[in-house]
Design a protein around this ligand. Structure first.
Ligand code: XIL
Length: 299
């Protein structure tokens, strides 16, 4: 196959990119996205501060612009994200516990309900763990306690029963304290019937990232009975160092049958959130980088 999406599809996987609505007017951006990728994650447009800037006042237009283009082309859409401590509407953090609980439930039911049946997988909860494997002390954790994560997953299942429901985090690129904390939560959820279907590994990496247990880590989650996905891949660097890391990550996903897809966190280096790291597969002129060939060969 000659594109990332078509190559991934040969094994039943998708290869996606994070897309920003603000660039949809640029022909080269849209052309590269739609030619090469068969999946999408709205980069910011489904986050709480955008979709519910004031309590019970919803703004779905920016994400709808991306979702409608993606669906007309048959792409898998990843919903990102329902419950996260960052890019949270300012009004949320001031609520007391009972208002926060009902606001979270309402947010999930309205947002996941709006795109019901159109989302392949939702990042239901994002970045809820610390590096040492304990819970991040977010406003949700502090006011609602440990149970907020399962409450969020149950609400998401009710709102969109056909979407895969994922937990998503970063610095989980191997067997370490953080990934083990998450692993223990997923194992507990599976044993108690809490609805969780997948775990996302953001994988914001650099050329010297240590990936010695990357595949084994994906596999141990898969062995719990969940799918895994690489959800926000980018690799700071250039040339063969960068290409090698991209190759290793792609090969790891390909070697784990429950690794169902890879998403890179943008199309072109010029619009990356880490632009100075030139971490993506296409340069600022939409030229294919060495990393692109490494990924295509590995798919
Ligand atoms: C980033 C976006 O790329 C930026 O445009 C925005 O300013 C901040 O958020 N983890 C996540 C993503 O889950 O939502 C973040 O995206 C990158 C880190």
């Amino acid at each position: 196959a000659s594109t990332l999406g078509a190559a991934a599809a040969q094994s039943g996987r998708y290869f996606g990119a994070a897309i920003s609505r603000g660039h949809l007017g640029e022909a080269q951006y849209v052309n590269t996205w739609t030619a090469e990728f068969n999946g999408v994650t709205p980069e910011n447009e489904m986050k709480w501060d955008t979709v519910e800037p004031n309590r019970n006042q919803f703004n779905f237009g920016p994400a709808d612009a991306i979702v409608s283009q993606a669906r007309s082309r048959g792409m898998a859409v990843r919903g990102h994200t329902l419950v996260w401590h960052a890019q949270l509407g300012g009004w949320v953090s001031g609520l007391d516990a009972s208002n926060l609980r009902s606001a979270m439930q309402n947010h999930i039911s309205q947002v996941a309900g709006h795109w019901k049946g159109q989302i392949y997988a939702w990042d239901v909860v994002n970045e809820a763990f610390e590096e040492n494997g304990t819970r991040r002390q977010s406003v949700f954790q502090q006011k609602l306690g440990d149970g907020y994560i399962e409450e969020a997953f149950r609400a998401a299942r009710t709102a969109d029963p056909n979407a895969k429901l994922c937990y998503n985090d970063y610095n989980t690129d191997g067997i370490n304290s953080k990934s083990t904390g998450i692993y223990n939560m997923v194992r507990d959820f599976k044993s108690r019937g809490v609805p969780i279907d997948c775990v996302g590994f953001q994988s914001h990496l650099s050329s010297n990232s240590n990936l010695s247990s990357y595949q084994a880590n994906l596999q141990r989650f898969a062995d719990l009975g969940v799918d895994v996905q690489i959800t926000e891949l980018d690799v700071g660097g250039s040339g063969s160092g960068q290409a090698n890391v991209y190759r290793t990550v792609t090969q790891a996903c390909m070697a784990v049958s429950r690794c169902t897809g890879i998403t890179v966190w943008g199309v072109t280096d010029k619009y990356s959130w880490r632009a100075s790291d030139t971490p993506l597969l296409f340069d600022g002129n939409y030229g294919k980088k060495q990393a692109y060939s490494a990924v295509l060969d590995a798919l």
